[in-house]
Ligand binder design. Structure first.
Ligand code: NAI
Length: 298
């Protein structure tokens, strides 16, 4: 089968001045996408800025024969998100793809977590996705086409010490993705999320040599690239990806225990049935979960 090309599709990739976002930008531009390389260029904790990071990636793309423009606005504000989308419209006339990738870390155990550690993390990861995807959505809805990939994390999906702020933001992106998939379906807008694992400046202190060496960020980009392609039918899905391994992650619901005279005691006595995972289902939207209630109660 033919390679997956992006001939003329316009992609916004946030936080693409380094790490994972840079690899996504290089891969999609190499396949013909017209790319807005957004990056504020700050430190891992979100402090500072360096307007050169995005331009360096643009230079790399253009010297390889691709097309890209740099944008150095922050995803953390409404104005920043509008300006990022405007960059795509000014340079390329439309937007087809949004990859919400920009991210920062402010880790602390929960009992030490103050609002200066919570708000910036929510602003970049979760609100940032709203700020950029919102104005892009208007264009996508009008044209009847769009692909959105948001970067979640196993830290939120499964939990990780010291990351209540980050985990909440990252799991928020799963809810964001689920709803966008439902609302976008009739406009051919598909939304998915990834939970990556890669050796970048964000993780270099956490990963030992050996394992870390296997987790090159460019091994995450094939999944993002495929999810952004017009031929990919996945929507409302979450995928774990790293080191060349890709696996779907899903939220399931057990058949459960039903008792219309439910008391705390009957619940205690039937707890094994409540938590029995045999025969679980994977609802793809609220209505399918409601049907599980209707079936149990009928
Ligand atoms: P990174 O630190 O190399 O990349 C993040 C980029 O986002 C940086 O270039 C940074 O300048 C940019 N950025 C930060 N705040 C911004 C803002 N307000 N506006 C625009 N750009 C901003 O780290 P990495 O690993 O490439 O992270 C990419 C995404 O993947 C992040 O969302 C991160 O949370 C997520 N992730 C990474 C994992 C890993 O194993 N590397 C694990 C799970 C999630």
């Amino acid at each position: 089968m033919a390679d997956l090309g992006f001939d003329g599709k316009v992609a916004i990739i946030t936080g693409a001045g380094g790490g994972l976002g840079k690899q996504h930008a290089l891969m999609m531009a190499g396949r013909g996408a017209l790319v807005v390389v957004n990056d504020l260029g700050g430190a891992v904790d979100g402090s500072g800025s360096d307007k050169g990071a995005a331009q360096l990636v643009v230079d790399e793309i253009t010297s390889a024969g691709g097309e890209a423009v740099a944008n150095t606005d922050s995803v953390a504000t409404v104005e920043g998100g509008e300006s990022i989308v405007q960059s795509a419209l000014d340079a390329f006339g439309t937007v087809d793809i949004v990859v919400n990738n920009a991210g920062i870390l402010r880790d602390k155990s929960f009992h030490n977590m103050t609002s200066d550690l919570v708000d910036p993390v929510l602003d970049v990861h979760l609100r940032g996705a709203f700020h950029v995807t919102g104005p892009a959505w208007k264009v996508m809805r009008e044209k009847g086409y769009g692909r959105i990939v948001s970067t979640s994390s196993a830290a939120g999906i499964f939990g990780n010490f010291g990351q209540a702020n980050y985990g909440a933001a990252k799991m928020g992106l799963v809810g964001f993705t689920n709803v966008l998939a439902v609302e976008g379906a009739k406009y051919d807008i598909r939304a998915n999320a990834i939970a990556p694992l890669a050796l970048t400046r964000m993780t270099e202190d956490l990963m030992g040599a050996g394992f870390g060496d296997k987790l090159q960020p460019e091994l995450v980009s094939p999944l993002v690239t495929y999810l952004c392609h017009e031929s990919c039918e996945a929507t409302g899905r979450v995928f774990s990806v790293g080191g060349g391994r890709v696996a779907e992650v899903f939220i399931a619901e057990c058949p459960g225990y039903t008792d219309t005279d439910l008391t705390p005691e009957t619940l205690r006595d039937n707890w094994a049935t409540v938590t029995d995972r045999d025969g679980y289902e994977v609802p793809t939207q609220l209505g399918e979960e409601t049907k599980m209630f209707l079936d149990a109660l009928s």
